[in-house]
Ligand binder design. Structure first.
Ligand SMILES: Cc1ncc(COP(=O)(O)O)c(C=O)c1O
Length: 384
């Protein structure tokens, strides 16, 4: 017998991601040049795959410590110290999570209460909205400039006595914006005496181009004590399906995330943790992936710049171009529908990333060069 009772109130508060809707619509087309997916098309790097294959026979199929294997945490703390200038105690200030997603979800659960506010520069990755909504808190969007960088003055305006946290994502999805170190400092300074948590989503840390430098927010003076920094293996190493990432933060936050993780995923799958150890030990594999992305970035930017009415801007990071298409059509959803139905190109409407994203379209270049070329031929045809 079916049951009449409605599902929990949480279900209505947590919207499905608009990116997922594009994937679903794309399924009904046979010949699609797909620039919608934020997932590298490479296989897991060889040293990682080999390490896991070798270890499989020796029974790496157990629960591990909730916060992750100690050998992995030791390797991650070394990497954080050497590359991110963040010094953490591996036993108390680090947790291995199911992707950056798992870290973000856990972080907002332990930091936010109903009625509180979380500031996020807009346009932003829509999953943040779901994470924040799941706690009963709400997102307060912060405007950004023409290069999608937030201004400290706007942050000040967005702050209220209910503000509990700010999420900063650099390099950014969907915009590809990389917040320069001096701006990062200015943004942190505005929140310094306000009792506000900082959540630094550095999922795309390895993917910066031209003269851009990735700078970790928690490396700034006194910032670590109020920052949760989130990293991932998904994008740098093409390891999306392994579902592994990590968070570093003050011990009371990590401890709370540990208890939450104890009740949800228990621990990240052990083979994924073995893969992650091999990845950190073979950090050089990131270079090849980065080089290929740099070529694809030039390809897509050079060609988009020749199309009248489309302004791709100058994204410095991640693997996205957040192009201004407002001269063609101010309605990004309508533009993307035409792209898909008329010429067979999948992309994500800017409006999915908040009101400030309207008039833009996100093109991902995490796909092969032939697909990118085909998509650009088709976009040209639509726009000529
Ligand atoms: C900005 C941002 N943060 C976090 C994630 C989640 O990454 P992961 O695969 O590590 O869960 C993504 C994935 O698209 C992302 O774009």
């Amino acid at each position: 017998m079916s049951i009449d009772r409605t599902l929990s109130e949480l279900v209505s508060r947590m919207p499905q991601s608009g990116i997922r809707k594009v994937f679903d619509a794309a399924n009904s087309y046979d010949d699609l040049a797909d620039l919608s997916i934020g997932e590298p098309d490479f296989a897991t790097p060889e040293p990682v795959a080999t390490a896991v294959a070798d270890a499989l026979g020796s029974g790496i199929s157990s629960y591990t410590e909730t916060v992750g294997r100690s050998s992995l945490r030791a390797a991650l703390s070394e990497k954080l110290s050497a590359e991110n200038d963040i010094d953490v105690a591996p036993d108390s200030e680090l947790i291995v999570t199911p992707g950056a997603m798992g870290a973000l979800f856990a972080a907002v659960q332990v930091l936010c209460d109903p009625g509180e506010e979380v500031m996020i520069p807009e346009p932003y990755w829509p999953n943040y909205r779901g994470h924040v909504a799941s706690t009963g808190a709400r997102v307060v969007p912060v405007p950004t400039d023409d290069n999608f960088i937030p201004d400290p003055a706007d942050l000040k305006t967005a702050m209220s006595e209910d503000t509990v946290a700010m999420i900063l994502n650099t390099p950014g999805n969907p915009t590809g914006a990389v917040i320069p170190p001096d701006r990062l400092e200015a943004l942190t300074a505005v929140t310094a005496d306000q009792d506000i948590w900082l959540i630094a989503d550095e999922t795309y840390e390895d993917l910066v181009y031209d003269d851009a430098i990735h700078h970790s927010l928690a490396s700034q003076d006194h910032a670590f004590d109020r920052t949760v920094t989130i990293h991932s293996f998904s994008k740098s190493y093409a390891m999306t399906g392994w579902r592994i990432g990590y968070a570093s933060a003050p011990s009371r936050v990590i401890n709370a995330m540990r208890v939450l993780q104890e009740h949800t995923v228990s621990s990240v799958a052990e083979p994924a943790q073995v893969a992650a150890i091999a990845a950190v030990e073979n950090r050089h594999v990131v270079t090849d992936i980065h080089e290929e992305f740099a070529v694809r970035r030039d390809l897509i930017l050079d060609r988009l710049r020749t199309i009248d009415g489309i302004d791709p801007g100058s994204p410095k990071g991640a693997f996205y171009v957040f192009a201004d298409i407002s001269d063609k059509n101010p309605d990004s959803r309508a533009f993307v529908e035409r792209l898909m139905a008329d010429v067979g190109v999948a992309a994500v409407p800017g409006a999915v990333f908040g009101d400030a994203g309207e008039g833009h379209v996100r093109f991902s270049y995490a796909t092969d060069r032939t697909t990118i070329e085909t998509a650009l031929d088709r976009i040209e045809r639509l726009c000529s």
